[in-house]
Design a protein around this ligand. Sequence first.
Ligand code: SAM
Length: 269
Amino acid sequence: MNAEAIGGVFSAAHREFTGWSGRLWRPLGEITAAVARPAPGERVLDACCGAGASAIPAARAVGSRGVVHGVDVAEGLLEHGRREAAALGLDHLRFVNADVLAWRDDAPYDLVQCAYGVFFFPDMDEGSRRLAGLLRPGGRFAVTTWLRDGMARLVPIGVAAALPERPELAEYRQGRGPDGRVDTPEKVHSWLTSLGLRDVTVEEVRFTQPLHVEDAWSFFLSAAMRGFVEGLPPDAIDRVRARFEEGLREADIGILDGSSLIGIGHAPG
Ligand SMILES: C[S@@+](CC[C@H](N)C(=O)[O-])C[C@H]1O[C@@H](n2cnc3c(N)ncnc32)[C@H](O)[C@@H]1O
């Protein structure tokens, strides 16, 4: 999917996505920012910021002498972020609708953070190198990804549920996507190192909670899996939902596992 199509899916998902903010995106965004440690006065780029889960904590941390640019292609999510930032008086946090891979500012950043975004880039390495290139010498690149056997367990069930309506999804296989390249601490470490970053560290964060099958459909519709059913007629969507819920019961998935990895690397210099 290109950036415009991704933005369309996440924009359309804004209600379901923000419905999961309290249980998922916000706590994990707080943790990303806690590990990335934006400091007072710093300039921060939050790439693929969504509704601001990690951009808002970063803006609180840098304070009014700092700057945070939250860049995303999903206008529906950015609007939520803008409203929340305004309510919190975070005037130094700017949400921008743009393809972050084409983004540049006049001055380099002290910190570029990207939570659950790099695997959407057409080329994860090239896109991430580009983001890291926006750092000042010694600046930090912080990337948050899903830990193996957590969130990724849901995706094959979603694919199997949608496959009878969308045969083209047969191409989609767990572990073959770019997310499978950054799903262990060792892989994140060597991947960040391969981008030319120095002094790489990786934190593993365990984050699970109960998932009731009845709530799982709104999760399906809240993020990338939504793309599997975009444009299908309502009766086909109902069939996907029924198969998805049945698949979760069969696999006995009673938890939402958002366990994550937060890797930090420093730009040379
Ligand atoms: C799973 S969401 C995560 C959002 C946010 N970082 C969070 O943790 O809540 C992934 C986000 O990446 C955005 N995205 C993907 N590719 C992008 C690109 N090239 N430029 C800007 N945003 C992009 C999507 O629109 C979506 O909002």
